[in-house]
Structure formats: structure tokens, C-alpha cells
Design a protein around this ligand. Structure first.
Ligand code: GDG
Length: 466
């Protein structure tokens, strides 16, 4: 019988309430149906250099197999190659790349370790689904061990333009690793086009059709599979109004306040300082909103061991302080800044209680918050989504107010338009957005990806390229 095996960098606690990170949310949704095995890092770093044994835990339908990383692996594979080379470069921040040879070595050897832990567990008919930029080398390592399973890869972050990708240290090796999968999936058609164009310019891959390529005797399927959310589940959380949020909403109604909200990991790709500057521009340009517009910025801590993240945190705190310093009054603060992760159900209520959702990343694979904001709205009196054109979600969510996240004036104008949008227009836009996120929800994402993987021509690799 077919079983789904997920291999991802982190394995989330199943059922954990304050789970953050889009990948964890998406995978947990996908595994909730059917039998499955989920293999990955448990989030702990062991204090010695020993490789601690993997730990198995059986949940209802899912078994998790998790293990710790050593200090050295954590430094060089996770904080190093994954988050100081791949993450910045795939988000178009070549200036933030910090590369060294140890990072590349550790990345390859940890990918091998993932494969070695997973391989003995595999059954003949398993479908293997590898997730994200940390594990590009896993199929190659599984093939070396003799796996002839169908192995799919999904990239949650953007695939950059060919020029950018060809500047990534070890890009040829990464390309060869990718070509050991049977299906390579991206978030958007733009990512897919970028990958195709890179191959045209940097390989002798043969293009058979829109979704099939041939490399070194193997046929590989490629495609775009925009990730979705469990719309009904999120809407249900938003409807169970939290008392504190409701009280605050009523207070705001009485005071005629306009609430704006954003929720992101505190990451330089999410455009948090640019958005705060845009809010300042909004208050500068439209004085009628001074004293009544409030921006609630939830920025959950992320990767605090990487210097670029501490720098952006300092910048953001300084900016929030500057906006409040300039405009706050004794009974009103324009920016409310929260640097903690808050429970998911509370987040859903806050989205529903906010008139404007501000999702303006500088680059984003998809951005699930944009879809969650739409799902959380009351259909009779919905809020307005202001969305960056550089979020993968913008390819689908066309009825949002689409903005250039680098242009503070443009975002400020969109805030004004959202704040004054007539009810009828809000309803119409929301209705269309809701239809689309329902049609391409978490289940749709999982089933279309797995269907494509089942259809992929499986090829055992005779020659592993280096
Ligand atoms: C990667 C890609 C892609 C946020 N703050 C809190 C909180 N969250 C939740 C959100 C959402 C998730 O975390 C974030 O997902 P995103 O998609 O926005 O972003 P990444 O973490 O960067 O995810 C991204 C995604 O993978 C999936 O493929 O969309 O492009 O970068 O679910 O609601 N959750 C809680 N408290 C918070 O304070 N509980």
C-alpha cells in the first residue's frame, strides 16, 4: 500500500498550538489525512559531537522520526549554507551571502545523514516528498543508497532569476542534485520559468514538453503548485472571537479607529522596516488618520543566531519608536509592535478584527498570511488585503491591492484606498479572493503535487553526477 514519507528540515510537534512557519502548517495539514512517516530534525542541538539516535513517535496516523543536529552541523549546515547562502540568495539578497567551504561540506553531509536515517525505513511503494531549500541533496543521497522510489521536491521559497541563481556558490552542484528528483515543484509559474531559463542557459537538459525535461537519461517532471491553507479551519478559529479582541474591537468602533495588521517572522525578506516607513508616509501624507489609524505589527522572533536578523530587529525597533515618537498622543500609539509569537487562534481573531491586512514582503515564495487574512474575514464586512507584487501569493490573489513594497508612497496610497473602500467593493473583492483560496487550498496543493509525482516517470539513476 502506498505511504507518504515526508522529509523536511524541521518536524513540528503534531498538534502544537503555537506552531509557526508556513512549512510546518502546510505539512501538518497534508499529513492529517492518510498514513504517513515524517522524518527530520527535532530542533535540538546536541552538546557533543556524537550523532544521537533518531527517535520514533507514533501519533494517530503519522509516525515521526526525529533527531538532533550536532553543534557543527547546526553551525555550518543550518545557520551556514542554508541560512547564510541559500535563503538570502534565493530572496535576491546576494549582498547578504556569507559563504565558506565548511558550509558546503556540512550541507552535503547533513543531506546524506537525512537520507541514511530515512532509507532503512522505506517500504517499496512509498512516495517520498522532500521539502525546501535545506534538503536539495537528499534525492541524490537516496539514489546512492539504492532507492528507486518516486521522490518529489517542493521548494517553498522563490526560485530566483537565472542570473541570481548562477551567482549562488555551488549552483551547478545544486542543479545536479535537483535533477535527481522525479518531480520538482515550485510555488509559482514565475519560479518555474526562472528554473527553466536557468537550465536553458546553464545545462544541456532537453525540454520534452511544458512539464517534462530530460537530463542524463532520466525524465523529470516540473511544475508550479501554489501552497494553500485549510480555509475552513482558519475561518472557524477567526469566528470564535476571543473576548479580549472583541472588547478591543468594540472600543475601536466607538473611537472610529482604523486597525491595520501584519504578522511575519522577523525576517529581512518580509519588508518590515519598509512597511513601517510606508505607514509613517501614510500619516505624513494623510493627516486625517493621525489619532485614529493603528498598525499592529506582530513580528515573531526568527533565526536570531544569524547576524542579519539581529540587525533588522534593531532597525525595526528604532523605526517603530520613531513613528510613535513623532505622532503618538497620550491616548493613542500609531504602531503597536509585538516581538513574540502569539497563539494561532488569537492571530485569526486579530486578522478578523483588522480593517487592513498589510502583507508587503520584498520577496516571498507564497506567503500564507495573505491567504489566512482573507480566510479570517467576515464576508459581510470584510477587510482589505494590501499585497506585495513580489509575494508568490500575488499571482493568485489579484483582487488584493497589489503594491510595490519598495515604494512607500504607493503603499501609503493603497492604505488610504483600503481605509476608504466602499463596502460593496470590499465584499466583491473578498468574495473572489475567498473563492480562489478555497479552490486551491491545502488539500488541493497536496493532492495535485502527489498526483503529479505518481505520474512522474521514475528513473533510477545509473550515474550520479557531482
Ligand atoms: C515559507 C516561505 C511560504 C506568523 N506569526 C505567527 C504565526 N505565524 C504563522 C502564519 C503563517 C506562518 O506562520 C508563516 O507562513 P508564511 O508563508 O507567511 O512564511 P514563512 O514562514 O517564511 O514560510 C513562504 C511558506 O513557507 C509555505 O510554503 O508561503 O513564502 O517563506 O501560517 O500564520 N503563527 C503563530 N503566531 C505568530 O506570531 N501561531
Amino acid at each position: 500500500m502506498e505511504r507518504l514519507v515526508i522529509i523536511s528540515n524541521r518536524v513540528a510537534e503534531i498538534g502544537e498550538k503555537t506552531q509557526i512557519g508556513g512549512l510546518a502548517v502546510g505539512i501538518a495539514d497534508a499529513l492529517r489525512r492518510g498514513e504517513g512517516l515524517w522524518v527530520g530534525w527535532n530542533g535540538c542541538v546536541s552538546s557533543d559531537d556524537e550523532y544521537p539516535a533518531a527517535r520514533r513517535r507514533d501519533h494517530k496516523t503519522v509516525t515521526t522520526l526525529t533527531f538532533s543536529l550536532t553543534q557543527e552541523e547546526h553551525e555550518n549546515y543550518y545557520l551556514g549554507f542554508s541560512n547564510r547562502v541559500l535563503w538570502p540568495s534565493f530572496h535576491y539578497r546576494l549582498d547578504l551571502i556569507e559563504f565558506n567551504e565548511d558550509f558546503a561540506q556540512a550541507y552535503a553531509s547533513v543531506n546524506r545523514r537525512f537520507a541514511r536515517i530515512a532509507f532503512p525505513e522505506l517500504k517499496k511503494d512509498d512516495l517520498i516528498w522532500v521539502h525546501d531549500y535545506h534538503l536539495i541533496g537528499v534525492a541524490r543521497e537516496l539514489r546512492k543508497l539504492g532507492s528507486n522510489h518516486k521522490i518529489g521536491f517542493f521548494l517553498h521559497i522563490p526560485f530566483p532569476s537565472a542570473e541570481i541563481f548562477s551567482a549562488v556558490p555551488r549552483h551547478e552542484w545544486l542543479r545536479n542534485c535537483l535533477l535527481e528528483f522525479d518531480l520538482i515543484g515550485f510555488q509559482t509559474s514565475r519560479d518555474l520559468e526562472n528554473f527553466r531559463f536557468y537550465l536553458v542557459e546553464n545545462s544541456d537538459v532537453e525540454f520534452i514538453s511544458d512539464d517534462l525535461i530530460r537530463a542524463s537519461g532520466r525524465t523529470i517532471r516540473i511544475g508550479a503548485f501554489p501552497i494553500g491553507i485549510d480555509v475552513a479551519q482558519f475561518a472557524e478559529m477567526a469566528e470564535k472571537v476571543d473576548d479580549a479582541v472583541e472588547l478591543e474591537r468594540m472600543r475601536r468602533d466607538v473611537l472610529g479607529r482604523i486597525q491595520m495588521i501584519s504578522a511575519d517572522r522577523l525576517d529581512y525578506s518580509k519588508g518590515l522596516p519598509d512597511r513601517t516607513r510606508a505607514f509613517l508616509e501614510f500619516l505624513n501624507t494623510y493627516p486625517e488618520y493621525r489619532g485614529c489609524a493603528e498598525y499592529l505589527q506582530i513580528a515573531s522572533p526568527s533565526r536570531e543566531d544569524v547576524p542579519a536578523y539581529t540587525e533588522i530587529k534593531a532597525e525595526l525597533e528604532q523605526l517603530a519608536g520613531a513613528v510613535n515618537g513623532k505622532y503618538a498622543e497620550f491616548n493613542w500609539s500609531p504602531v503597536q509592535y509585538i516581538n513574540r509569537s502569539i497563539p494561532r487562534d488569537k492571530l485569526a481573531c486579530l486578522f478578523r478584527a483588522s480593517r487592513i491586512g498589510l502583507i508587503t514582503p520584498l520577496r516571498d515564495g507564497m506567503n500564507l498570511v495573505a491567504k489566512e487574512y482573507v480566510a479570517a474575514q467576515h464576508p459581510g464586512d470584510p477587510g482589505v488585503l494590501v499585497l506585495s507584487k513580489f509575494a508568490g501569493a500575488a499571482e493568485q490573489l489579484r483582487e488584493a491591492l497589489i503594491v510595490n513594497p519598495y515604494d512607500a508612497g504607493e503603499i501609503a496610497a493603497a492604505m488610504k484606498r483600503a481605509a476608504t473602500m466602499p463596502l460593496q467593493e470590499r465584499r466583491e473583492r473578498h468574495q473572489r479572493l475567498l473563492e480562489r483560496i478555497r479552490r486551491t487550498d491545502a488539500r488541493w496543493w497536496q493532492t495535485t503535487f502527489l498526483e503529479a509525482l505518481r505520474k512522474a516517470p521514475c528513473g533510477f539513476s545509473e550515474t550520479i553526477r557531482d
